[in-house]
Structures are given as structure tokens and as C-alpha cells.
Ligand binder design. Sequence first.
Ligand SMILES: Cc1cc2nc3c(=O)[nH]c(=O)nc-3n(C[C@H](O)[C@H](O)[C@H](O)COP(=O)(O)OP(=O)(O)OC[C@H]3O[C@@H](n4cnc5c(N)ncnc54)[C@H](O)[C@@H]3O)c2cc1C
Length: 484
Amino acid sequence: MDRRDFHKQTLILGIGALAGCAKGNEVTVRKQPGNFYEEPPKNLPIRQFDVVVAGAGTAGVVAALAAARNGARTMLIERKGYTGGTVTEGGTALHSFYNLWQAFDVEKRQVVRGIPQEIIDRLMKIGGCTGHAEMAKGFDFDSVCTAIDTELYKLTTMQMLDEAGVFIAVNTLLTGAIMDGSRVRGVIADSRSGREAIYAKAFVDCTAYGDLAAFAGAQYKVPNDYACCNSVGMGNVDIDKYHKFMKANGPIREMAMGIRSGEPGKIVRVKGPLGAEFAAEARKIGMASVTTTVHDNYLMFIKCNYEVPGSVVNRDDMAKAELEVRKRMARAVELFRKYVPGCEKAFMARTSPSLCIRRGRLITCDYDITHEDVIECRHFDDDVMAYGFHDMAPRYQVKDGGTYGIPYKALRVAGIDNLLVSGMMITSDHRAHMSTRNTISCMGQGQATGTAAALCAAKNCGTRDLAYGTLRDALKNGGVYFES
Ligand SMILES: Cc1cc2nc3c(=O)[nH]c(=O)nc-3n(C[C@H](O)[C@H](O)[C@H](O)COP(=O)(O)OP(=O)(O)OC[C@H]3O[C@@H](n4cnc5c(N)ncnc54)[C@H](O)[C@@H]3O)c2cc1C
């Protein structure tokens, strides 16, 4: 869909056009049956900021922190009541602060630092993280596993945002964009305090779904190339008994040791067999067998995958999927109770409030990172971070334990002057996306876009007019690591 078509549809259907149905790469709008109600025009109160960050998830938290620390009056808009996004709801652990040194027997380097590392430091102080636990098995997949206490992550990131002076608008849904030609003038936000227009000089879309970019008329596709998932935190588990049973069933495929309930040297991530009957039943509900934990009696993420028939940006398709996955999660806990010693009295202690997506809209940017860029360790003359993890390892690995660069141009929305994106909505090639979408990559991208947005606001310039040297200096000041 191009921008002109989108605007035509927005004109006809208002914001409801975003409830479009996507099949493969095409997006079509399902027309509502019956008559239309013409919404009367309304005067909205205006708020003014330098930078608006949409979505306080994995990337958004870091983007807002970076923007505020670089001197921008920053507003962060989040539809839920807390910060953290998919980090706290879907991912089993944060991948990966380091290069893949173990698999290639090369020097160990921490390649993602800056604000993402600062969040880990804060969590470590309050017992909310396993530390960068080294993989003892399965290290051709990753070198470290950094598991977090999801509830403490929400609290810690919200505190950090508050300390940085970010205006945190949780329980607030971004529902529109106000355009002035190819420039975003402002956004529309709805909350129980009413509907508001928020003006700013620069904008960062971190909504995962690319809501702001779509409202602004950016080009996008909806690839529908991943399963959705919800995840259960399972309480009342005897982890040591569980691990013993796993070991007795056959070889452990992945294992990492770290701090668990305050004690170092404990298993914090493990993947291995739980018996043929369990495996057969688990397959029927799309359950993944890798588990991580920060606490002795808790398995953090039992994940049930489901390929949504239809589209992840269609409300009605997702409503059916929400029910299906809730049934699967209940079944998952039943299976653990029935087949796995140590889980006899386990219960569902946490689920995600809504389905977690691995990809929503794919937003067209000035550059699209390729599979070859990733595995061939390519760096660019406008790198904003380095990253070295691939979720399809060992099938695809970043060559020789090296890193590739995420270029600034991959985060600039094509055709729009003052809008950046970060997180799962960049990178069209599924294989490359299996690296760029991971948590620590999204967080690093957040630091880059938040910093760039603040600099653009201060200089009153568009995202393409920002001198790369200025951005790189600011990122270095923020602790970001560059390979050269
Ligand atoms: C099931 C699952 C398992 C995964 N496992 C791992 C793993 O083990 N390790 C790993 O590194 N990665 C993993 N990933 C990938 C990784 O977690 C995600 O790709 C990454 O966290 C996405 O970050 P994001 O910032 O793009 O989106 P999110 O973290 O989802 O943030 C988007 C935020 O925007 C908000 N939002 C959305 N729309 C609006 C709106 N209109 N108005 C206001 N707010 C809005 C949302 O509420 C959310 O808080 C997994 C992903 C999934 C789904």
C-alpha cells in the first residue's frame, strides 16, 4: 500500500482503516457493514514537547531515556499501565550483550553497552537478574543468557524514566498522527483524561506494530511470517527436581548457570527432553521447551505459539487467537503437572495481558538490512550500534563470532522528515529479522533513535539533516560501543 492509498482510505474510514486485514504482503481494508457515523470535529487540548516516543516497550523505554538525557523534553506514550513491553511478556531472556565468542573461540567482547547495560546494573542491585550467565551447553546458539525478573524490570525502567524527567503517559493509546506535508506535526493520544494533541519536533515509533508510522502515512507491509505467542510464568515448581528429571531423559541441549534466588552457579536456562508423551502433547499446542528463571520455584516463560489465521493487525482475528492461546496455556500447565516431577502443584502465576507478536507492520525505511549484511559482519559509515546474535544459530551465524552494524538509515522512515523507528518493525528479510528483532538489538536501536530525535529537536532539523559525527559522539557519550 502506498501513502496516497492509505490517506484515501483514512479519509473514507477514519482511523478505523488501521483495522485492515493483511494477507501476505497485501493490506486490504475490510469495509464495515451498515451505515457510517460521521464523527463531529472537536477541539483538542495541545501539549508541546521536543520528542514524543510512542510505545514504552523494549526499544521505547531506552529511546525515551536517551532522548531525555540528551536534553529533550520527552513524552512517552504507552497503552498499558507499565513499561517494558515484550521483554517482560514474551522473551525468555535478553539476547545478547556479547559476541558469540565461545562458538568461534575468539576474544570475548561486550558489544552492547550504554543504557541496556545500565538497566541490567540496576536490576542486579535488587536481585532482578541472573547476570550475564554464560552458556555451558548450546553455546553455538548464544554465549550468554541474561534472564530478568519481569516485574522488577517494569518497576526499574519506570523509575529510571521518572529520574530522567520523562513525561510518562501510561494507560494512553496513540490513535492518530497530525501531518504537515511530509513532517509529523503531532500525535493524537486517548486516555481517560480525554483526547489530546501532542506536538513535538521529532518522533520515534517504538510501538512494535508501527502504529505511528502507519498513521503518518509511511509505507508498510504486514508479512505475517511468525507465530504469535502468549507466555505463562509457572509458580510452585521444584526446579532442581525438574532439572534432574530432564537430565535423566536424555542429553541437555542448552544450559546456562547464573544467579538464582541470590545464589550464583545455579541453572538459569535449560532446554532438554521431558519425555516422549510430554513432547507429543506439547507439539499439539505449539509449546517450546526452553525455560529460564531468576527464582528457585518459578519457571519464567512457558511459551505457546499459534499461527494466527488472518492478520495480527486485525482485531477480530486476534480476538479468536487470544482465546485459542489461553486454552493452550491452561493445557500447558496441565501437561507439566501430569508428566514432569517437580511440577505436580504448579500453577499459572503470570500470563501476558495480550498476545505477543514477533512482527506486526514492517515499516519501509531508508535502508533495509539484508541477511548478508548480518552474517557477513558488514558495518556502515553511519553505524549506531554493533550486534552479534542470531536467533537461527547455528544454522545462520554472524561470521567468526564478529558483529554487524545497524546503520542510522535503517531507522529513518522513508518519505517522512522527522520520524524514526526502532524495534521489531525494521528489516524485511525474515532471516535478518531473526537477528535485528531480538531484545538487545531493539534496546540498542532505541538508544540510537532517542538520541538522534533529541539532537534533531535541539538543532531544529530533519532526521536526514543530522550530521552523523554529532550523533556518533552523543552515542559514545551515552556509553554505546562501536567496533571501530
Ligand atoms: C514470544 C516471544 C518470544 C521471544 N523470545 C525472545 C528471547 O528469548 N530473546 C530475545 O532477545 N528476543 C525474544 N523475542 C523478541 C523480542 O522480545 C522482541 O522482538 C522485542 O522485545 C520487541 O521490542 P519492541 O520494542 O519492538 O516492541 P515491544 O517491546 O512489544 O514494545 C511495544 C510497546 O508499544 C506499546 N504500544 C503498541 N501500540 C501502541 C499504541 N498505539 N499506543 C501506545 N502504546 C502502544 C505496547 O504496549 C508495547 O509496550 C521474543 C518475542 C516474542 C513475541
